[in-house]
Design a protein around this ligand. Structure first.
Ligand SMILES: [Zn+2]
Ligand SMILES: [Zn+2]
Length: 394
């Protein structure tokens, strides 16, 4: 599937087959092509790489080539395949798009069109039978098993927007050429020119492919298992800084599933999200535009709603408590008050912004006043909710 050199799911612009396969759930099938590819690259990259290190050492040029491909290929997946093509969370210059498609193909994670189609299905049907890499089928399945033992029919109907892009179409139609050219021949050519052909094969091709694979795979496995559900408590997608560290910022996955249109996954300034920072740099350079973000008020509202749901769930589980009704009333009143203050704060802030733009009398005081009230209410809410949540743990 990852290599997919032709066969079943090959898409042609004229036939656009497989539409009839919509709604099909994957069936068990050993995908030998993928298994062989995984085994060969992993073995050569790890065992071959270790022997080479021991016998030859590693030159600076080999190290640089390996480092370059280990950064360029996963970033083309996160910045390009994921946030640009699958979610359209910003627009990019065609040269940038080409680079994403080139180094994205080098990652051997299928064409951008197929990747985006499956990823959109993942978001739409997360944790259900139709989720291509559902964590409900276990860690191994979500991580790599879905590529080894299951056949996934792809319905390209959900990527009609991407099919209109010539570069994406071309990369899809000639994917084997793109993947082999970018992911194998290019590093080998550079290796040959610098006198390190074998080193390039073992490190910049095999070890790098293995490393990048497991980094990407962690998004479907680790990020759906470990961490906090900050925005949607019922989703398996989780936020975890450590997962973000190994996935170039994709580890804030609960946020991402809740607000997939945001070009950021880590929304706070200190959240480790190099993908977001690089997209911002592209925008400063004029190479990316229309960066979509969710307003901080909507984000706060979602966090409050999630916390409220957790508290409500705990309260529902309590059968007998002398002050249960009183507690329920208190939670309800606090939450409603906080929601209203937040809406008021947003209203004044928006009004203030338009006042600045129109150089009219501003209402700065009202913004500060409602923000102060919101923060005060938030403190009380946090104390109340953690008291209730602690009670559930006791
Ligand atoms: Zn996910
Ligand atoms: Zn996504």
């Amino acid at each position: 599937m990852f290599l997919a050199l032709g066969v079943k799911d090959t898409y042609t612009l004229t036939e656009r087959g497989l539409m009839s396969e919509t709604n099909q759930v994957p069936f068990k099938k050993i995908i030998w092509r993928n298994i062989i590819f995984f085994v060969v690259t992993t073995f050569l990259g790890i065992v071959g790489g270790a022997i080479y290190l021991f016998t030859h050492g590693l030159s600076i040029s080999e190290l640089l080539l390996f480092a370059f491909f280990t950064l360029a290929t996963p970033l083309s997946i996160t910045m390009g395949y994921h946030r640009l093509f699958a979610h359209m969370s910003y627009k990019a210059n065609p040269i940038v798009q080409f680079l994403f498609l080139f180094f994205g193909a080098a990652a051997f994670q299928q064409s951008a069109l197929k990747w985006a189609s499956q990823h959109r299905v993942h978001h739409q049907f997360v944790d259900t039978e139709r989720d291509p890499y559902s964590i409900k089928k276990g860690f191994f399945y979500a991580h790599i098993g879905w590529l080894m033992f299951w056949y996934h029919p792809v319905d390209y109907k959900n990527v009609g927007d991407l099919k209109r892009n010539f570069l994406i179409r071309n990369q899809h139609e000639y994917y084997p050429l793109w993947a082999i050219g970018a992911g194998i021949l290019t590093p080998l050519l550079i290796g040959a020119l610098t006198g390190h052909l074998l080193g390039a094969l073992l490190f910049a091709v095999c070890a790098r492919i293995t490393l990048v694979y497991h980094g990407t795979f962690c998004i479907n496995s680790v990020c759906h298992m470990f961490g906090k559900a900050t925005y949607d408590i019922y989703s398996t997608a989780k936020d975890h800084w450590l997962a973000a560290l190994i996935t170039f910022g994709e580890g804030y996955h609960n946020y991402h599933h809740h607000f997939p249109i945001d070009y950021r996954n880590g929304v706070r300034w200190y959240h480790w999200d190099p993908t977001k920072w690089l997209i911002t740099i592209l925008a400063w350079m004029g190479l990316a535009t229309d960066l979509k973000t969710i307003s901080k008020y909507k984000i706060l509202a979602a966090r409050l709603r999630a916390k409220h749901q957790s508290v409500e769930d705990v309260l529902k589980g309590i059968e007998e408590h002398p002050k249960l009704e009183l507690l329920r009333e208190k939670v309800k009143a606090h939450y409603e008050h906080l929601k209203n203050t937040l809406a008021e704060w947003e209203h004044h802030a928006v009004e203030y912004q338009s006042a600045i733009r129109g150089k009219m009398e501003s209402s700065k005081e009202k913004v500060y006043e409602t923000r102060r009230r919101f923060k005060q209410g938030l403190k009380e809410w946090q104390a109340l909710s953690s008291q209730i949540l602690q009670f559930a743990k006791a």
